[in-house]
Design a protein around this ligand. Structure first.
Ligand code: FAD
Length: 414
């Protein structure tokens, strides 16, 4: 008989787990996925493209209903799990239903941080995480809309780009002295800022938001230096927090995220966590690739195979507001490393490779990111670059005949 396995959260990590597990151990588990959002899992990464009107809502679907049916997965949509009882091995759903499990997987993702500013509860202040958030933004984004986006990280810039494309006047308000400081060094960030400004997006750096102004709705965003950004919409994109409330209530070990070991097991027997809600060796990842790597390890483990998660290499490879951005590894360069830099601001191209002990330890690419996966593979494989160092910064085409001993493995899709 199939063992009951419940996954809480019907997001990207959950879908990947079902995919991996049903191919490794078909029929071994009777899987139920409980999700609070009204639809089955969708591709959250594509929300930025949906906001920019580059795709339709239907393009977000990860798997059609027939895919879930073929795997005999029961989907409970629009229902929130409200409690776990690890001793009785049951979970409770809002409305009172109880479900028993043999194995439980928490894949509850993250929530956007809502800054506790005065006025933050006014209509017109919102976050950017779900399909519903995007549909609200699209309804409001007309030529007359003035939007302030708090946060110059990936999500903030994606929101700014989408709103701008929809015709709004957009200002990004960022606390730090450069955009995307977790992924970019100063020259790359400066080039990205110029690219955004060329699109007509205003960017304010070193700018601290202190209050949302307005009586019944948003009228402006006040900054610490006294300036006010006139706006009718404020998007808070100032970071995310793992959704660990359920685990905390059930007395599982939680730091920032739900603490897991190398098999993605939490502190409770037969309860696992993967994706953005999980914390492994002190790290909560906010990207989809680590979630997929964790799902693969857990699928192996649940299928009875040996598997161990050793952490993921932090890499970002995407388009931000239409500009290619890649960064991975030690892109800032620790003491004792050497940078190799190619910079062409007029054409919006920047490449920095950080070399340590004759190997690539990190990289930042802005503009042309065609060789990103090749560089990522060099970082991952720790291949010697002795034979290709001269042409390295120009890309793979300039390193066509490296010493075979130095040839990196074929790049994987990131
Ligand atoms: C706009 C946007 C753009 C992004 N772009 C990129 C990108 O370019 N590259 C990249 O790598 N990553 C990107 N990300 C991040 C990426 O989407 C996440 O890393 C990924 O979705 C994490 O998957 P997850 O399954 O852990 O969480 P999620 O996909 O968030 O799924 C978690 C699900 O669990 C549900 N849930 C939570 N608690 C409960 C409960 N108690 N009961 C029932 N259901 C519950 C949530 O509602 C949600 O549906 C982006 C994110 C956003 C918002």
């Amino acid at each position: 008989m199939s063992e009951p396995l419940i996954i809480v959260g019907n997001g990207m990590a959950a879908t990947r787990l079902v995919d991996e597990l049903t191919s490794r151990a078909p029929g071994r588990y009777a899987i139920t996925v409980v999700g609070e959002e009204p639809s089955t899992a969708y591709n959250r990464v594509l929300l930025s493209s949906l906001l920019a009107r580059e795709i339709e809502d239907g393009d977000l679907e990860l798997k059609p209903q027939s895919w879930w049916d073929e795997r005999r997965v029961s989907i409970v949509s629009g229902r929130q799990a409200t409690a776990i009882e690890p001793k009785r091995k049951v979970i409770r759903l809002r409305g009172g239903t109880q479900l028993s499990y043999a194995k439980l997987v928490l894949a509850t993702g993250s929530e956007p941080i809502r800054l506790p500013l005065p006025g933050a509860d006014l209509p017109g202040v919102q976050t950017f995480r779900t399909r519903t958030d995007v549909s609200v933004m699209l309804q409001r984004a007309t030529g007359k809309l003035r939007a302030a986006v708090i946060g110059g990280g990936l999500l903030g810039l994606e929101a700014a780009y989408g709103l701008k494309k929809a015709g709004a006047e957009v200002t990004v308000v960022h606390l730090m002295d450069r955009l995307m400081e977790r992924q970019l060094d100063a020259p790359a960030a400066a080039m990205l800022k110029s690219a955004l400004e060329a699109l007509g997006i205003n960017v304010l750096l070193n700018a601290e938001s202190v209050a949302v102004q307005g009586r019944r709705k948003v009228g402006g965003l006040r900054l610490a230096d006294g300036r006010v950004v006139d706006c009718d919409l404020v998007i808070m994109a100032a970071g995310i927090r793992p959704r660990a409330g359920l685990a905390r209530l059930a007395d599982l070990t939680v730091n920032r995220g739900i603490v897991v070991d190398d098999q993605m097991q939490t502190s409770a027997a037969d309860v696992y966590a993967i994706g953005e809600c999980a914390e492994h060796q002190g790290i909560c990842y906010g990207l989809v690739e680590p979630a997929y790597e964790q799902a693969a390890v857990l699928a192996d483990h649940l299928a009875g195979e040996e598997a161990s998660y050793a952490g993921s290499l932090l890499a970002t490879n995407l388009k931000v507001s239409g500009v290619g951005v890649f960064s991975a590894g030690d892109f800032m360069g620790a003491d004792g490393t050497e940078p190799i830099v190619l910079s062409d601001p007029e054409h919006g191209v920047y490449r920095k490779l950080v070399v340590a002990d004759g190997r690539v330890a990190g990289a930042v690419l802005l503009g042309d990111t065609g060789d990103a996966l090749w560089y990522l593979d060099l970082i991952r494989s720790r291949a010697s670059i002795a034979a290709m160092r001269e042409g390295l910064v120009f890309g793979r085409a300039f390193c066509a005949e490296p010493d075979p001993a130095c040839e990196p493995r074929q790049a994987e899709a990131a």
